[in-house]
Design a protein around this ligand. Structure first.
Ligand code: ZN
Length: 328
């Protein structure tokens, strides 16, 4: 590719930790897995082509999604430290990543309050700091709240993010599938204002499985530094203008969007990216869930080049945006 190093600003810890580590962590901690065979376990975690956000809800016979399994295994101070360390070191070695922002939800990592959430966050930060001693890489953690959480739980996460800012929490996010009862993104406006007032960087998953109306609300009422995905905004030129005017950066995750059918195929992806480039929309390329989707940020750029979605110069520019628009 002629370019040596990459930044990955959008990846979820639950979908980024190597399956073999999860398998070992489960056994080390005495967690009973449904699969007795390692390869069945792998099959359960990998995401093939799916329809819309079904993969988030793909349940086994115990009604557990892949995310539930990885969250359960990562739910201890020991396991989360190991997971963060392994994720950072792995992508340094395998994908020439030199800057990485990993996101996770600490309240989905403490076994419903069995573990102290402060210890969980601190252990994740220790794993990150150790990885940065072991490898020349810059790293930061983003705390996520969930669309299924009530306001009280979200508030705890925003407050913890501010509390641990000095130790390496670089931003805040909201993710997760929309609950059946209607979730209102605007219910989080004051928490986002609280984060901004405390100099915490902000991003929000929107415009992936949610519609243009929600992206409008996010842009106008919350105005985060970045948006997770936001890919649907290409359908609305006025919305793109608003995004551009506010210098909001879109975190684009190509393979993720293709595999979940948010974008139909690479041809549609090409149209969208060309449109973004033509309209000077700021965006970065990211892996989202490299282990689940069998990708990494380097592979994402290789795919974009191969499918003639970006040329060499555009690739260079977008790679540099990953470093420029990092929260670190
Ligand atoms: Zn995501």
């Amino acid at each position: 590719m002629g370019i040596n190093y990459f930044a990955d600003l959008h990846l979820h810890l639950g979908a980024s930790t190597s399956s073999h580590l999860l398998w070992e962590l489960a056994h080390e901690q005495g967690i009973k897995l449904q699969e007795k065979n390692y390869w069945d376990f792998i099959k359960k975690l990998e995401i093939k082509e799916t329809n819309n956000n079904n993969y988030l809800r793909r349940l086994d016979k115990n009604n557990h999604s892949p995310f539930f399994i990885t969250q359960l295994i990562q739910s201890s101070p020991y396991a989360i430290e190991k997971s963060v360390h392994q994720t950072i070191s792995y992508f340094y070695r395998m994908a020439d990543v030199r800057l990485i922002e990993i996101r996770f939800n600490p309240l989905l990592r403490n076994r419903n309050g069995e573990f102290d959430v402060d210890k969980i966050i601190l252990s994740a930060l220790i794993g990150m700091q150790k990885a940065m001693i072991d490898y020349p890489i810059k790293a930061g953690l983003i705390l996520e709240t969930d669309r299924q959480f009530d306001y009280k739980k979200s508030k705890i996460i925003f407050e913890k993010a501010v509390k641990y800012k000095k130790l390496g929490i670089v931003g805040i996010d909201v993710s997760g599938p929309n609950p059946s009862s209607k979730f209102e993104i605007l219910s989080l406006v004051d928490l986002y204002n609280f984060a901004k007032k405390n100099d915490l960087k902000t991003t929000i998953h929107t415009g992936e499985f949610t519609d243009i109306d929600e992206v409008w609300q996010v842009v106008e009422k919350i105005s985060p530094n970045r948006i997770g995905h936001g890919i649907v905004s290409y359908k609305d030129k006025k919305l793109l203008e608003a995004i551009k005017k506010k210098n909001i950066v879109l975190e684009i995750c190509p393979t993720s969007n293709i595999k979940t059918k948010v974008v139909k195929d690479w041809d549609e992806f090409r149209k969208i990216i060309k449109f973004f480039l033509k309209n000077d929309i700021l965006f970065t390329i990211n892996s989202d869930g490299p282990e689940f989707f069998n990708t990494n940020v380097k592979k994402e750029f290789q795919m974009l080049l191969k499918n003639k979605i970006l040329n060499k110069n555009q690739t260079k520019k977008i790679i540099s945006y990953g470093f420029k628009y990092s929260f670190i």
